[in-house]
Each structure stands twice: as structure tokens, then as C-alpha cells.
Design a binder for this molecule. Sequence first.
Ligand code: F6R
Length: 266
Amino acid sequence: MKEAVGSILDFAPRKLIRPGLVLLLTQDAEQLGCAAAEVVAKQLLAKPTSVLALPTGRTPIGMYRFLAEMCRQGQISFHSATTFNLDEFVGLEPSHPGSYHTYMRRHLLDHVDADPARVHIPAGDAPCLDCECDRYESEISRAGGLDLAVLGIGENGHIGFNEPGSPLDSRTRVVALTPSSRAANAHLFACPEDVPQQAITMGVGTILEARRLLLLANGPAKADALYRALHGPIASASPASAIQLHPNVVVIADTTAAARLPEIAT
Ligand code: F6R
């Protein structure tokens, strides 16, 4: 692991926000991806059968690149791990270029030794969406629960596609996407109108049951959301604020995403 990524977890500035909630600061997106990959790699090395929740989006692309490289070099393996993606658009076949199935193949699954039988992504094209959500929850339980949930954060404070207003005890379900979330995903589609109106998302309550959380935030557009997540009231208006309820959280943020945090000034 050291060869591929160095040991950024050892030298990245570290702030204790509160017991159980640690912030690691990185200089840029590249370092963030490297540090996040190192957290996931350590999890896999400590427990090869780990059950991971995985995000899509721009932020984790670097993390996946580092993980793929570590796997290529034989430093880690996904073979015995089980993965559950956080979300998928409703109405898209897995082969659709804008689907999160496609994203995961492109950025991770085509490059690592994951066992397809242990890779789980919600079926946005399921004939019964509610049945699919129930099935997803059951699969997570059957796998023994999530060991590590890796999360991005939306500008509006969403985690997964738990948009503002999502109950903090919510489970996997179908949700309506906000205009800002649809706009943030428009680059995956031929035109903005093609972005689906709904998604299946793991619930906030489902995510909080993971044994560890790793939240990633990159870029100045995330500064307000990250401030509210770590220091705002714990409220469904900012679903990411639910991480304050969890006893074992690492947040990795670049300096621009962390710019509003009071810990940075000290
Ligand atoms: C996607 C997901 C979302 C993203 C969030 C940030 O699977 O869970 O919560 O993590 O929208 O997206 P980016 O990284 O593109 O800014």
C-alpha cells in the first residue's frame, strides 16, 4: 500500500471535532482520493470479508483510481468483500451510460477482482421498486450489516440521495430528486431533461447502522454543507448532520471544503 499511495493518513493534518469524529485535511482532490483509498484499503486488509457501502459522483473518482491501482499491484483484494452502492436512478437499465451501474464498472469494478455475486447496486429498473428497496435492506442484513460506509455530500447536505427533509431513521426507498441534485448529475446524460426524477437510495437510518463512516468532501461548493454536517443542528433539513449521531466517523476534506470549519482557524 505504501508504494502506491505513501502514508498520507500519517501526515495529513488531523483535527478531533468531537470524540468519535475525526477530520483529516488534504491539500487537494488528489490527496483526498489517496487518503480515502488508504482508509478503505486498511479496512480490507484488516477484514477481507468487509461489507462496504460505496458512493458515486465526482468526489470518489480519485479514491477508486487509487484502489484499482492497489488491487492491480496485489496490495489489496476485493475478492471476499461485499459492496452495496448507496443509490441508483429509477428507470435506467444497468447498461445505460448514465446509470450508477455504468459508473461503478468504469471507475472500479472493471479494474478490481470483486466477485460479481457480492456486488450490489439497486436495480432502478425493477418492476416493483418497493420490493427492490426491501430486498436491498434484507441483503445488507444478510451480509451482516455494513462495516464501512463511504459517503459523499451534496451541496444541499444530502448523503446518498437522502435529500433535505429525509427522516434520519429512513430506510432504503424511492425518493424524488431535487433540482440541484438533478443538475449536479446532468453531465451523465445527453441533456439535462434526461436526468431521472427519482432514485432508489439507502436510507439515513440504514447508513447510520454502518460500523464506521467515511465522509468525503471536496471543493468550495461543499463548504457550507460540510459546516452544517459537522456543526449545524442535527436535523433532517441537513441529512449529513446525522453523522454527528454516529460514534465512529472519519471526514476527509480538502482545504476549500473545510474552509468554514472553526477547527481550521485554530
Ligand atoms: C452518489 C451519492 C451522492 C454524492 C453527492 C456528491 O452515490 O451518494 O450523495 O456523493 O451528490 O457528489 P459529487 O461527489 O459528484 O459532488
